[in-house]
Each structure stands twice: as structure tokens, then as C-alpha cells.
Design a protein around this ligand. Structure first.
Ligand SMILES: Nc1ncnc2c1ncn2[C@@H]1O[C@H](COP(=O)(O)OP(=O)(O)OP(=O)(O)O)[C@@H](O)[C@H]1O
Ligand SMILES: [Mg+2]
Length: 144
């Protein structure tokens, strides 16, 4: 079965010269759950930011059959998301629904479609009916 995420020989160096990823290769198949663990500073966040096209490393990244390039990030991001390490950095809208629908609305979806998709997304993580709550009243775990 083809990998839903394929990473081959990925390297990333920050502008100050710090090498954060060196020759990283792995793949994740449909239905698989992959946990990436490592000591602080070993490059986990850097890896995920490369998968999302926030950072542009050298190497091959393929998401759902599409090779990640500078021009198709928007398309790829419609099928994949990244949760920030610190949820307080990620949530900035007054209500949970405003926050969850921020992404779809920024993709240009109309309001009704964004609300329906956001309600489905909340239900998937056991947060159905919580859309009208104030974001900063959520517990740390509920935030994440
Ligand atoms: N903007 C940056 N400029 C220079 N070096 C950076 C930058 N961001 C991270 N680094 C360095 O890159 C390496 C990988 O950092 P990264 O944040 O990916 O690690 P991590 O595995 O996510 O760590 P943690 O478990 O602490 O979240 C570390 O050596 C870090 O100091
Ligand atoms: Mg990190």
C-alpha cells in the first residue's frame, strides 16, 4: 500500500546554520498511527513545519500522492493540519467556533460550509456543542 506521507532524505538547516534535520526518511501508510518521539531540540517541530510547507528543506515530501512543492502548499494543507506545540499560541479568536472555522474561511469557503465543517471537526474530537464557548475558558487539554 502506498504511503499517505512519504519523506525521503529530508534535510533542513536554519538560517543561522543550525542543522535540525539530517537525511530523514520514513513513510506512513493509510490507517497507520506514527508517534515521533525524541529529546528536546531533536527536530520534531522542524519536521512537522517542513511537512506543512512552512519551512522549505531539501528532500522529497509526498502527501496523499502529491509531491509538496512551493506552489501546491495550499492544496496540501486542505488535507492535513498541524496542531501547535503550545495551544495558547494557536487559539486567538473569541469563541471556539470562530477559531475552528478560521482555517476553512481563509481557504475561501463560504460561511455555511465552514460552519458545517467546523461542527464536524469538533464532533470528531469529542467537542460537539462547544462552539459557542469562550476559547480562553477551555482547559489546556481541551485547547490542544
Ligand atoms: N528558528 C530557529 N533558528 C535556529 N535554530 C532553531 C530554530 N528553531 C529551532 N532551532 C534549533 O533546531 C533544532 C530542532 O528544534 P525543534 O524545535 O525542531 O526541536 P523539537 O524536537 O521540536 O524540540 P522540543 O521537544 O523542545 O519541542 C534545535 O537544535 C533548535 O535549537
Ligand atoms: Mg517542538
Amino acid at each position: 500500500m502506498a504511503g499517505i506521507i512519504i519523506v525521503s532524505n529530508l534535510n533542513y538547516q536554519y538560517p543561522d546554520g543550525t542543522t535540525a534535520l539530517r537525511d530523514v526518511s520514513f513513510d506512513v501508510k493509510e490507517g497507520e498511527t506514527l508517534v515521533i518521539i525524541g529529546a528536546n531540540g531533536t527536530g520534531k517541530s522542524t519536521l512537522f513545519m517542513n511537512l506543512m510547507g512552512v519551512l522549505d528543506g531539501d528532500g522529497h515530501i509526498e502527501i496523499m500522492g502529491l509531491r509538496l512543492t512551493k506552489t501546491n502548499k495550499k492544496e496540501i494543507r486542505q488535507g492535513m493540519g498541524m496542531v501547535f506545540q503550545n495551544p495558547d499560541d494557536q487559539l486567538f479568536c473569541p469563541t471556539v467556533m470562530d477559531d475552528v472555522s478560521f482555517g476553512p474561511l481563509n481557504l475561501g469557503w463560504d460561511n455555511d460550509r465552514a460552519i458545517v465543517a467546523s461542527q464536524e471537526a469538533l464532533a470528531l474530537v469529542g467537542m460537539e456543542g462547544q462552539g459557542s464557548r469562550t476559547s480562553h475558558h477551555l482547559s489546556f487539554g481541551e485547547n490542544g
